[in-house]
Design a binder for this molecule. Structure first.
Ligand code: AMP
Length: 284
């Protein structure tokens, strides 16, 4: 099964990806992680990629596709993969289609995790990362127990260059301009499921499992998200505050429970968001 988690930076894709790879027993192919590994190994590709990443720009397609092609050659990808942060341009999506076709495969489902832009900036800007284990923290939303060190291994936390507030804003605008059109590409293939990325990590996870067709594992009484909650922020449209241009069109695989991302009451938002973030998550 080939899946892609699609959504803006800060939508929590990386966190959900960690769960899904374990659940489905397929490897995660995160181009961001592939680039960071190249940077760590001080390769030419890493050096080139870093200049783009530090500015919040996309790494050129040729470099990105080269890494993905190499990764898909590895035998562990035979049963499928979970793409995270890829494809990010229409050209990448078109090339990926070709690569999969040659392997006799196709993209089975693209999960679009929608989060309103103002929430994204809050989540991204100022995020702290443990350089050793990759866990992420946030001074407001998910603070470490001790101010500046990782709860897990005591390493001093750093702010990734691309999590600085200006760069975070740039990444979001790059996403809106260059990456959102990828959705239309997959909508033509009728493989997109729209998921609300607001609420707790568990709520988002349940929505994703439902979209993939896995029965909900939520304990009785737990909201699995979706508009069943039926509540919206005052004055919002049906997109949970996300302008139609950011929603990338209508879902191809709507079920009554996921037709639109739910709005949630501000009080719910604060609570569930905090609870979700407070569960420590591995970095991307
Ligand atoms: P991520 O960890 O997915 O947020 O990616 C971090 C950075 O790596 C992005 O801001 C881009 O600069 C670069 N990057 C990751 N994936 C891609 C991709 N598919 N295409 C181009 N650049 C990418």
């Amino acid at each position: 099964m080939n899946l892609a988690l699609f959504g803006p930076p800060g939508s929590g894709k990386g966190t959900q990806a960690n769960f899904l790879v374990q659940h489905f027993g397929i490897p995660q192919v995160s181009t961001g992680d592939l680039f960071r590994a190249e940077i760590k190994a001080q390769t030419d590709v890493g050096r080139k990629a870093q200049t783009y990443m530090d500015r919040g720009d996309l790494v050129p397609d040729s470099i990105t596709l080269q890494l993905v092609r190499r990764r898909l050659d590895a035998p562990d990808t035979e049963r499928g993969v979970l793409f995270d942060g890829f494809p990010r341009t229409v050209a990448q999506a078109t090339e990926l289609d070709k690569m999969l076709q040659v392997m006799g495969r196709r993209m089975d489902r693209v999960i679009f995790v929608q989060v309103p832009t103002d929430v994204l900036v809050d989540r991204l800007a100022g995020r702290l990362t443990c350089p050793k284990c990759g866990r992420t923290y946030h001074p407001k939303l998910a603070p470490p127990q001790l101010d500046t060190v990782c709860d897990h291994d005591g390493t001093a936390l750093i702010m990734r260059e691309d999590d600085r507030p200006e760069t975070a804003r740039k990444r979001i605008s790059v996403y809106l301009e260059q990456t959102l059109p990828v959705l239309a590409h997959y909508r033509q293939q009728h493989v997109v499921s729209d998921i609300a990325g607001t609420g707790s990590i568990e709520e988002v996870r349940e929505r994703i499992l439902r979209a993939i067709g896995v029965p909900s594992a939520a304990p009785a009484g737990m909201s699995t998200g979706g508009p069943a909650a039926g509540v919206r922020l005052a004055g919002e449209g049906p997109g949970g505050g996300i302008p139609p241009s950011e929603q990338g069109g209508a879902s191809d695989t709507e079920t009554p429970g996921q037709r639109r991302p739910p709005g949630i009451r501000p009080s719910d938002h604060g609570r569930s968001q905090g609870a979700g973030h407070r569960r420590r998550v591995r970095g991307r």
